[in-house]
Structures are given as C-alpha cells and as structure tokens.
Design a protein. Structure first.
Length: 263
C-alpha cells in the first residue's frame, strides 16, 4: 500500500529511542523527510544519521527539551527554515514518574503539565498555521492506554494524557475543514525503555523480580505478550498518511486487547 508519504515533511518528537524512534523509522521507510528531536544531542544526531543511511531520506536532528517553550519554538523554526514547511506532527515525550497522589507536590504536577500537555499544545500551535495555509496536515499525539482505562500508580500520566485527548478531540473539529486531521494513538505495554523502567519501579516497590512484574502485564493482555515498537509505528504511519484522510478525532489503542471497554 502506498501511503502517499514520499516527500512529506514530518516532525517526530522524542525520537532518540522507543516509540518515537520507531515512528521516525517507519515514516522514513515510506519516504518522508524527518525533523527529530531529543534532549541529548549526540543520541539524536546518531538517529538522524541512521535514518539517512538506511532509508536515503533527509533527517534533521535538533536537540530540544520539550518542557521549555523556547526550545520548542527553536525546533519548529529550525525545521521550517530547513525544509520550508511541516506537513506532519507527531507529539511524544517520555513519561512522568510513577506514583500515587500523595507522592507528588505542586511542582511535580507542573512539570508533568509542561511535559505531557504543554509540549503538545505548543508544538501544535506552531505548526498549525502552515498546515491551514496549505490545507493539508496531520497531527498525531502519542498518549497512552491510560486515557481509556487508568493504570494504578500512574496518576500523573492518567491525568495529563487525558487532557491531551480532550484538546485533540476538540481541535479535530475546528480544523477538519482545512484538510487537517488530529488523532491520538494509545500505546499499551510495549517493549520499550520506558516500560522496562516501570517494571523495575514496580519490582522494587513490591519486592518482586522485574520478570514477575513484566509477567503480570503479559497475563493481562489477551495476546499474552508485550507489543513491539514497530507494531505501534505501523498504525502511526497510516494515521498520518494520505490514505487516512477521513479519520480524525479518534483515539486508537495498540495494546493487544488490554483495554476491556467496548469503544
């Protein structure tokens, strides 16, 4: 299937590893040029070089902290100056710390707001005018299965990713007439560095092994295994493609059946 992504310009946030890198690789395989960012300059530069070598596309690496508004503006401005415009935005960040309500103070909540919600708001705000002018755009937010079925001990993620979902669903209606789609993709338990970190945290708190923590999740998943980043990235590539032009305002899980709700 030709997704119509050849020659498109995609900004993929937090693409040095995990889901962000997998999405960047999938888009590069479809012929899109990439603007990618992460906090560590050397790591994101290595990913850009790998994308260019493996897929023969242009990839621009920009170090940026997505909790800093000035960094986000520099990221979008530099990408636009280099490629002329941005067709596709994939918002993504690392997750906030695990914990319960009483584990966090006001500063912890503000950091989570900046990381999960305001990064998506600021990135969207900066790319949207160009998309409206060209009457074509794709905005895809990587959120979490927690927006449909909250996970214990993840109160920051449960709360703020739900806020992103509300923002995106409302925005989708506002920009649909301009040929812009806005969707959310919900990773379940996937074999990434973030999930391994959560497994270690749970193991330490509950006095069990990391393998036992991972097995608990696997037993909750009808497919009885964690997902892979590439399985996740396949749907992401479709949702930002020309072929998905009539899909907007949705939140689609990639979770092996973990979510138990009907919709």
């Amino acid at each position: 299937m030709d997704l119509g992504l050849k020659g498109k310009i995609a900004l993929v946030a937090a693409a040095s590893q995990g889901l962000g890198r997998a999405v960047a690789e999938e888009l590069a395989a479809e012929g899109a040029s990439l603007i990618i960012c992460a906090r560590r300059e050397r790591e994101i530069a290595d990913v850009a070089q790998s994308l260019e070598n493996q897929f023969g596309v242009s990839a621009l690496a920009i170090p940026a902290d997505l909790t800093v508004a000035e960094d986000i503006k520099r990221l979008v401005d530099t990408g636009t100056q280099n490629f002329g415009h941005i067709d596709i935005l994939v918002t993504n960040t690392g997750g906030p710390p695990a914990g319960k309500f009483e584990d966090f103070n006001r500063d912890d909540w503000q950091r989570a707001v900046d990381l999960l919600l305001m990064s998506a708001v600021d990135l969207t705000r900066l790319v949207l005018p160009g998309m409206k002018e060209r009457r074509w755009g794709r905005i895809l937010n990587i959120t979490s299965i927690t927006v449909k079925q909250p996970v214990d001990n993840l109160i920051l993620s449960n709360s703020l990713r739900a806020a992103v979902t509300g923002m995106a669903r409302t925005l989708a209606n506002e920009v649909a007439q301009h040929g812009i789609t806005v969707n959310n993709i919900l990773p379940g338990y996937t074999a990434t560095e973030r999930v391994e970190q959560l497994a270690r945290s749970i193991a330490e708190k509950e006095g069990i092994t990391v393998e036992d923590a991972r097995a608990t999740w696997e037993n909750q998943i009808p497919m009885r295994r964690l997902g892979t980043p590439r399985e996740f990235a396949a749907l992401a590539a479709f949702l930002v493609s020309e072929r998905a032009s009539y899909i907007t305002g949705t939140s689609i899980p990639v979770d092996g059946g973990w979510i138990r709700s009907l919709i």
